[in-house]
Design a protein around this ligand. Structure first.
Ligand code: 5AD
Ligand code: SF4
Length: 458
């Protein structure tokens, strides 16, 4: 019998929350003796960590399953090892056992709140295969706290940047969004649990931590003494009690941007000058129909307050065009808002009808060609702003956390405080070794639309 470690291939779709979940799956499976492989055909276990946010994301999963079916059929024909195929994440949560019915090639389906049980599920699947049966495992329970308890014991990190989930789920019920259904209700981890994980990351040498949550600024974790911790208080505590050099958080809801949290941007040095604050639309009528719980005026006031304490802050946002009932005039209000705010970068999407969400059933759906025209107009402006923001960086000196090697040989890549990717050419191994994994002051020498080029300051 071969003593090679078993191999795990995971493909991640969607948001940073899923990236975090994938890292945790790698951790729990490492305890089971699984090593990560980049090739699905070498894997004993293939996990698709899926996203259900828009139709396109969900469709991608089904076409990937189609490709994996071909791979598995070849394995069966050749009589070689048969890979276990697992569908995890938000599509799994939304569609559950239906996936097994439609795609018999899938062995396991588990939601975003049950992946800590992946080792047990995998063992069960292995057992079924040995008995010549098809494993048909479904675990889409939505209770979150047990997951974090189980995962906390297994967190490992060897990188200089790390995600730390402090909050999950959402109670806001925006009328377009599947998250309250796929991730469940809002849940804040306790202060002690968060600090325990933060301590491990800190001990592992992590320099930059990104606090994650679907509604991260609604964080309200309790401590053992029953005290409530807001995100603002948590960031202050982390800044004072750890050596993290950089603290970020995402994703925030404009309605939960408290004065307290805004103040943190002014006086906590480690809190990076970058804020992702989705507004979705610039029209009050549409924002109301989206059930966003804020107005455009309150959003702009929040931006004004943040800029007052952190004038150089890089703002990012999310936009949806073609929400049901969106008129040309509504869309032009979005364009006006975008011009007024001036974003450093942003994400924009065509509205996608998601099954089970209120807006999906509305009659006032916008035609596809109108959606794509609006998206093109919006993206042109957003890209122009992003370019201008990057161009304005040229000549400045910024601290860059050089965390990975680039596509080209001799290149290191990191992030500026404003989340811009910064590339630097390194001509010898010694310089590369000296600077890799460090925060380095770099002079920005040129800018492209999506990244900057820097050189070491001499
Ligand atoms: N259609 C299009 N975009 C959506 N988003 C969420 N739901 C939908 C949908 N049904 C976008 C929002 C959100 C981001 C994560 O995805 O802009 O902020
Ligand atoms: Fe996609 Fe939302 Fe799930 Fe993230 S939380 S994977 S964006 S559906």
């Amino acid at each position: 019998m071969s003593s090679d470690p078993k191999k795990l291939f995971i493909k991640t779709y969607g948001c940073q929350m899923n990236v975090y979940d994938t890292e945790r799956m790698v951790d729990v499976m490492a305890h089971e003796g699984y090593a990560v492989t980049e090739k699905p055909e070498d894997a004993d276990l293939v996990v698709l960590n899926t996203c259900h946010i828009r139709e396109k994301a969900a469709e991608k999963v089904y076409s990937d399953i189609g490709r994996l079916r071909v791979m598995k059929e070849k394995q069966t024909k050749a009589g070689s090892k048969e890979t276990i195929l697992a569908v995890g994440g938000c599509v799994a949560q939304a569609e559950g056992a239906e996936i097994l019915r439609r795609m018999p090639i899938v062995d396991m389906v588990f939601g975003p709140q049950t992946y800590h049980r992946l080792p047990e599920m995998t063992r069960e699947a292995d057992k079924a295969k040995l008995l010549g049966q098809r494993p048909r495992i479904v675990d889409t329970d939505l209770s979150v706290s047990e997951k974090f308890d189980a995962l906390s014991k297994k967190t490992v990190s060897s990188k200089k940047t790390a995600f730390l989930t402090i909050q999950e789920g959402c109670d806001k019920f925006c009328t377009y969004c599947v998250v309250p259904y796929t991730r469940g209700g809002e849940f804040s981890r306790s202060f002690e649990d968060v600090m325990n994980d933060a301590g491990k990351l800190h001990d592992a040498g992590v320099l930059e931590v990104t606090l994650l949550g679907q509604n991260v600024n609604a964080y309200h974790g309790k401590s053992a003494t029953g005290e409530e911790w807001s995100l603002a208080r948590l960031i202050r505590h982390l800044a004072e009690n750890t050596d993290f050099k950089r603290i970020r958080y995402t994703t925030s809801h404009p309605g939960d941007m408290t004065d307290d949290l805004i103040a943190v941007h002014g006086d906590v040095e480690q809190c990076m000058p970058y804020l992702h604050l989705p507004v979705q639309s610039g029209s009050d009528r549409i924002v109301k129909a989206m059930n966003r719980h804020h107005t455009i005026a309150t959003y702009l006031k929040t931006i004004e307050d943040i800029r007052a304490v952190s004038p150089d802050i890089a703002l990012s946002g999310d936009f949806i065009v073609g929400f049901p009932g969106e008129s040309d005039a509504d869309f032009q209000k979005t364009m006006k808002l975008v011009r007024e705010v001036d974003y450093a970068q942003a994400y924009s999407f065509m509205y996608s009808e998601r099954p089970g969400t209120p807006a999906a059933g509305w009659e006032s759906q916008v035609e596809n060609h109108v959606k794509s025209e609006r998206l093109a107009e919006l993206q042109e402006e957003l890209l122009r702003q992003q370019r201008a923001f990057n161009d304005a960086s040229v000549g400045k000196v910024m601290s860059v956390l050089l965390e990975r090697t680039g596509k080209h040989a001799g290149q290191l890549v990191g992030r500026s405080p404003y989340m811009q990717a910064v590339h630097v050419d390194v001509d010898n191994e010694e310089t590369a070794e000296q600077n890799f994994g460090k925060l380095v002051d770099m002079k920005i020498i040129s800018a492209g639309p999506r990244s900057l080029k820097g050189e070491f300051k001499t």
